[in-house]
Ligand binder design. Structure first.
Ligand code: SF4
Length: 466
């Protein structure tokens, strides 16, 4: 067994060296760097008014955090200023009313997600106020297939928040765990002892939420195979339905808080690969299924069922069920996907407040997709969600076959096939077991906007693939 493991890791290491580059996580295609500031907001208004019937998905962004986690690359505002949340909610309420007016109040909201920052920055009264506001403008559902989820920070979840959120309609929660080792937690400035998390998990189970997700990160300071084994054992004991494992990208030039992390305490690239492999082995041995891009779920979880049925999707919140036609993002920096448009709100709080004070939607960037974008999006999303692509499902320009249209791409894929990452035939592209850690690389073959000189220079717009 040991020999096999060593051989497999050496092989993987050679592949990592060959394919190491930065790349998008494909929560959209085209990805956010393609969104332009010259985007005509009228295009979004037209798209929104043209889609009056299908179900909606809502995303609500709460940008505040009480403390900074050093590794964090999210768009957040660290503050303890009294009144910051209330001022934000006042503007958010205006945006909710404007978006509801635009999309019509009859579309059923089958998905909703509150993210951040930290939604648990809000106190219980503010959480109630915000949900009531959403309910009075949109058609929220209290039965049937729906996914209403919220991100919880175990350190700031207020007493009484778990029963309250359940009563307000949330049926899924995700917890930012990252790692249970005390030294790792201290070095990232996120101390949340196992006992605290266990108590919260017990409460979540008591209130019968439909699913519980954990976020973990590998590649953090002081992590090694021993700390990871201990963290994974604790995770398995708590048995979340879903586990997302993110690869930490150390980009201190870009994210100031990461400068507080001592580079010398970070695992090397080869150690990171071992950690990734250890996570995959341990979680799969514990009965989790690997659904793609470092996401693991229990076999009975809705995401596993959706993947088997071909109904899994990927959007700005990661993997989710395909339940809605359009996604409306509200709050500073949030992104909407409506019809053929992507739009993003102001990323800075002052601009966000100023636009809403003038009675305007705070849209600052956007992108109108072409038919070629939509074809490539279908290919990328199918690979990332289903781990395969049925070539017959692609809407190609008249008279062309898949391999004619993607002639250039086929050369890169043939090389990946020779390396054992993909299997190709006339009808299908499939990601092999060995190719799973390189899923992003396979998707990148179809990304028209990644230009090779920039990728070669490893411009750090995206995180490292491995
Ligand atoms: S990781 Fe989450 S809680 Fe920590 S600073 Fe970033 S957004 Fe805030």
């Amino acid at each position: 067994m040991d020999k096999l493991v060593t051989h497999s890791c050496q092989q993987d290491m050679a592949l990592v060296e060959k394919y190491a580059r930065s790349g998008p996580r494909y929560t959209s295609y085209p990805t956010a760097p393609q969104f332009g500031e010259q985007f005509p907001v009228d295009s979004y208004l037209t798209e929104a008014r043209g889609h009056h019937l299908g179900p909606l998905s809502l995303y609500v962004h709460i940008p505040f955090c009480r403390d900074i986690c050093y590794y964090c690359a999210c768009n957040k505002i660290v503050t303890r200023e009294p009144g910051a949340a209330q001022r934000y909610l006042t503007s958010l309420r205006k945006e909710i009313a404007m978006q509801a007016e635009l999309h019509g109040k009859r579309r059923p909201v089958r998905q909703m997600h509150w993210g951040g920052g930290s939604p648990t920055y809000l106190d219980n009264a503010q959480v109630t106020e915000l949900m009531h506001d959403l309910a009075s403008h949109f058609r929220l559902m209290d039965s049937g297939t729906r996914e209403y989820s919220v991100e919880l920070d175990p350190r700031t979840t207020a007493p009484g928040a778990i029963p309250l959120m359940k009563a307000l309609g949330f049926n899924r929660v995700s917890l930012g765990i990252q790692d249970f080792d005390p030294l790792v937690q201290k070095s990232i400035n996120r101390v949340q002892p196992y006992k605290m998390v266990r108590k919260l998990v017990d409460e979540i189970r008591h209130y019968d939420y439909r699913s519980l997700s954990f976020d973990l990160i590998y590649g953090l300071p002081h992590q090694d195979s021993i700390t990871m084994a201990d963290t994974l054992q604790k995770v398995i004991e708590l048995k979340p339905d879903r586990i997302a494992c993110f690869n930490y990208a150390h980009l201190p030039e870009r994210f100031k808080s990461q400068r507080a992390i001592d580079r010398l305490t970070l695992p090397l690239a080869s150690d990171k690969l071992q950690l990734q492999w250890q996570i995959a082995e341990t979680l799969q041995a514990a009965g989790y299924l690997h659904i793609g891009l470092d996401h693991y779920v229990l076999p009975g979880d809705d995401l596993a069922v959706a993947q088997r049925a071909g109904n899994l999707q990927r959007n700005f919140q990661g993997y989710s069920l395909l339940l809605a036609d359009d996604l409306v993002g509200m709050g500073v920096s949030s992104i909407s996907q409506v019809g053929d448009c992507y739009v993003q709100n102001a990323r800075n709080l002052e601009d966000y407040y100023a636009d809403l004070a003038r009675g305007e939607l705070p849209i600052h960037r956007g992108y109108l997709t072409s038919s070629e974008d939509r074809l490539r999006r279908h290919v990328i999303m199918s690979l990332i969600c289903n781990l395969s692509l049925d070539l017959a499902s692609c809407q190609l320009p008249n008279g062309t076959s898949f391999w004619q249209h993607f002639g250039q791409e086929s050369l890169a894929l043939e090389e990946m096939q020779a390396d054992g990452l993909v299997a190709l035939d006339e009808n299908r592209i499939s990601i092999t077991e060995q190719g799973r850690p390189f899923l992003r690389n396979v998707c990148m073959v179809f990304d028209q906007y990644l230009n090779p000189p920039e990728a070669a220079a490893n411009t750090p717009r995206y995180s490292a693939v491995i």
